[in-house]
Design a protein around this ligand. Structure first.
Ligand code: GLN
Length: 548
């Protein structure tokens, strides 16, 4: 950890002030995109001050979607932004919570690793945080961007701030930059943008020994130069380092907007690094596709957490990407599965395509099944994801294959026809999935990337144009192979399986314009610059629907 370390990875720490929800994750990811556009190699990390060891046990109402990495970590949804805005692959090392840090320190204490010392927040917790951050150093990483969750001044985030303060001391100024994201509220009655909350927030940071190098200022309106000069003087930050982050019409315009403000250049100058012209052509193309659609495609998304947009963050973004691939704007109509259960399928009459996303628990499942039946019987394009695949199998079993009362054993352990079941209930030779059935709730699922082999002559194969794919999972239950032959005979197509054929991963319905349901979560692999094949094909099929 000395200044002469041969490791040249530099660190950008992004903190937030004034209020939460300023879009710190998107700002950090956009800055990373600006570095990549200059040919620099980046990685990213999120430090979350809450006590949960990971967000896997949190309700989507609490914390939005749980994002899953290829190596099977259940993480904060900001990691989704990181992967969507950059080419970096996130991993278990990309997200640490207070709970995870404490868990590791307490485990070491119990093992006697601290040799009789009193174990304390400083230095033991802060050292554990520092080593989590420093684990990002690698020969192929020029800049690591680390976002600190929460707002400066919170009790919970203090150990993280102390750790990043120490890192500047350990690594030197040229290796550590602090960016503070704040809000400049516009007070309509005074007709002014106010800088006082920003001054206070910077004071809070300075109290703990962090002098921000760059201030990124969110505001509804352009910030006058006179205001920037004042902020610069009062907050002790260079004039060129007080940067606007105005509201924009799409999150994918943020990299271009921050480029206009000179953010990338300000950081590179701080590091004393070259600042070549960034190639932002992909971002221009992405924004053009979003801003100039040929027409609108309506997708009905039938789910349980429909009132909270963040709960299906990656699915929402993937649908937008699917629209971009087809030069259309996707309008998502969120439909509450329980209302549909009561009021029927009339709410689906305007849908050009229907999507049922992942989910847990029985509430609303009959409504989702009704929506799937509607899509199947009326030839509406359907994309089912995880629970949306399991329910498609159930719907098909009940209404086509005549297996009355077919269900998942998640909802009825004693069902006569558990067409979806825990693998242990019917496990057979050959199906070898790494799965730990611990006594606690963490880690009991099939998580992360698994290979899948596709059948040719399927809609799925036509979308991917290859036979070997890899997709990310997060579920406990599986397609029950006991029913495979019977369902296939009735017209269910198994379009993808584990390469050894032991687990069904994708199903389709015969003689339907486009009905694809997958056990995995394709939304974790869609990128604005590379829309996911299934979302692109689903929107293409739904676009045809708008013509009819
Ligand atoms: N509840 C289902 C399972 O555990 C589906 C999970 C999901 O949709 N992510 O298998």
């Amino acid at each position: 950890m000395d200044k002469n370390s041969s490791n040249k990875t530099r660190f950008v720490f992004v903190t937030g002030g004034v209020v939460s929800s300023l879009g710190k994750g998107i700002a950090a990811a956009s800055l990373a995109a600006l570095f990549e556009a200059r040919g620099l190699r980046i990685t990213m990390q999120k430090l979350d001050p809450y006590i949960n060891v990971d967000p896997g046990t949190m309700s989507p109402f609490q914390h939005g979607e749980v994002y899953v990495t290829d190596d099977g970590a259940e993480t904060d949804l900001d990691l989704g932004h990181y992967e969507r805005f950059t080419h970096a692959t996130m991993s278990k090392r990309s997200n640490f919570t207070t709970g995870r840090i404490y868990e590791s320190v307490i485990r070491r204490e119990r093992r006697g690793d601290y040799l009789g010392a009193t174990v304390q927040v400083i230095p033991h917790i802060t050292d554990a945080i520092k080593s989590a951050i420093l684990s990002l150093r690698a020969d192929d990483v020029d800049i690591a961007l680390v976002e600190i969750g929460g707002t400066v001044g919170d009790i919970e985030s203090q150990p993280f701030l102390e750790a990043i303060r120490q890192l500047r001391f350990d690594l030197g100024k040229r290796y550590v930059a602090y960016i503070h994201l704040t809000l400049l509220p516009y007070i309509a009655s005074a007709g002014e943008i106010k800088s006082k909350p920003t001054q206070h927030s910077v004071q809070k940071l300075r109290e703990i020994g962090i002098q921000p190098d760059i201030l990124l200022c969110r505001s509804e309106r352009p910030i006058p130069q006179s205001q920037k000069d004042k902020i610069s003087l009062f907050c002790n930050v260079d004039r060129d380092a007080v940067i606007d982050a105005p509201d924009v019409d799409t999150i994918y315009a943020v990299p271009l907007s921050l480029r206009n403000g000179g953010l990338g250049s300000a950081v590179l100058e701080h590091f004393g690094m070259d600042d070549p012209e960034p190639d932002l052509s992909v971002w221009h193309d992405i924004c053009r596709r979003i801003r100039e659609p040929e027409r609108v495609v309506h997708i009905a998304m039938v789910g349980k957490y429909v009132e909270l947009a963040d709960a299906y963050k990656s699915v929402n973004e993937s649908l937008i990407h699917g629209g971009m691939a087809n030069e259309v704007r996707v309008k998502i109509d969120y439909i509450d599965a329980e209302s549909l259960e009561k009021d029927g399928t009339d709410c689906l009459s305007k849908a050009d395509g229907i999507l049922v996303p992942g989910g847990f628990g029985q509430r609303g499942t009959e409504g989702k099944i009704a929506a799937i039946r509607y899509a199947r019987e009326n030839n509406i394009p359907y994309l089912g994801i995880c629970l949306g695949m399991q329910l498609a199998v159930i719907e098909f079993a009940r209404n086509v294959a005549g297996l009355e009362g077919a269900i998942s054993s998640e909802f009825n352990e004693r069902a006569e026809h558990p067409v979806i079941a825990l693998m242990t209930e019917w496990e057979q030779e050959g199906a070898r999935i790494q799965r730990s059935f611990d006594s606690d709730l963490g880690g009991t699922m099939r998580l992360g990337g698994y290979p899948c082999r596709l059948q040719q002559d399927t809609h799925t194969y036509a979308a991917y144009e290859k036979t070997e794919i890899r997709e990310r999972h997060r579920h406990r239950y599986e397609f029950n192979n006991t029913y495979r032959e019977q369902l296939e005979a009735a017209g269910l197509i198994v379009a993808g399986t584990l390469p050894d054929n032991s687990l069904v991963e994708i199903v389709e319905v015969k003689d339907h314009p486009w009905f694809v349901a997958c056990q995995f979560h394709p939304e974790f692999l869609s990128r604005p610059y590379a829309p996911h094949p299934l979302f692109a094909a689903f929107i293409a099929a739904s676009k045809i629907e708008t013509e009819s």
